[in-house]
Design a protein around this ligand. Structure first.
Ligand code: 9WO
Length: 248
């Protein structure tokens, strides 16, 4: 899988990606990353990538042609078959784990990071298959969003995470929140680690963790449970969680 990021801040993307899980995936060759700077595809002396908005108003808009030439270079640099171009913006479809899971079959994911007030709408219409949003907030440009996508997709690729991390990822992110975690010391400010975790009873621990995950999802993100089918066992665990909460 390779990522190509179209950005006027290529170092921001490279510096961000070259750490941790994504950095290792790139070094191992499981993931490819290239950056394409629209500024390198300008013909004028000042390397102009932006211009004033038609209709007036503050700020600047990214010009079509440098973006188009940058993206064409990214496309022509590989023989990738399954290619998708995504513009990262608050106008996009809210990004979910499901969308990310479906992206791992791509050969090339081209991420367009905008700056200024945005990019010429005709570029989005003609060159971008999808528009993704991380959430209802504005940041200064799409680069940080591109890094989020690169991280989230990379960790799904075979060989990127170690066996332990992969197993955890498999057993979780199935539409519910994580269970709580504890490490030493056993007591902090009079708060003890839940005794089941010290019991050595692996079945009991697994059951408790699933119950906590379900209970916390019900407490913090009840919307996630609306589109999830719970097994009879899960329903029972959640009911027990609610009863124990009442009795506290
Ligand atoms: C600026 C702005 C100012 C007032 C009201 C609305 C506004 N929207 C923007 C805007 O989208 N500015 C951009 C900066 C232009 C395109 C790239 N930028 C961006 C991407 N900001 N935030 C994102 C983003 C991307 C993915 N998920 C969340 C936010």
């Amino acid at each position: 899988m390779r990522f190509d990021v179209v950005t006027i801040f290529p170092d921001m993307v490279l510096d961000g990606a070259m750490n941790g899980v994504t950095g290792r995936a790139i070094t191992q060759g499981i993931v490819g990353l290239s950056v394409w700077n629209p500024r390198d595809y300008t013909a004028d002396k000042h390397k102009t990538v932006d211009d004033r908005p038609y209709g007036g108003g503050p700020g600047m808009v990214m010009k079509y042609q440098p973006l188009k030439d940058a993206i064409d270079s990214a496309k022509h640099s590989t023989d990738a078959e399954r290619v998708k171009v995504v513009y990262l913006s608050p106008q996009g479809k809210p990004l979910t784990q499901k969308i990310l899971n479906e992206s791992i079959d791509l050969d090339q994911l081209i991420l367009v990071a905008g700056r200024y007030e945005g990019i010429d709408e005709r570029f989005i219409e003609d060159e971008c298959q999808e528009e993704w949003s991380l959430g209802d907030f504005v940041i200064s440009g799409g680069e940080l969003a591109a890094l989020v996508v690169i991280d989230a997709v990379s960790r799904l690729l075979p060989g990127v995470l170690g066996d332990d991390e992969s197993a955890r990822q498999d057993s979780h992110m199935q539409g519910i929140l994580d269970f709580p975690h504890y490490t030493r010391p056993e007591i902090i400010a009079d708060k003890r680690v839940p005794s089941v975790l010290l019991s050595g009873n692996h079945k009991g621990i697994e059951r408790w963790r699933l119950q906590q995950a379900l209970g916390r999802t019900w407490q913090k993100r009840p919307d996630l449970l609306l589109d999830k089918e719970l097994t009879t066992e899960e329903q029972a665990l959640l009911e027990e969680f609610k009863i124990e909460l009442k009795n506290k």
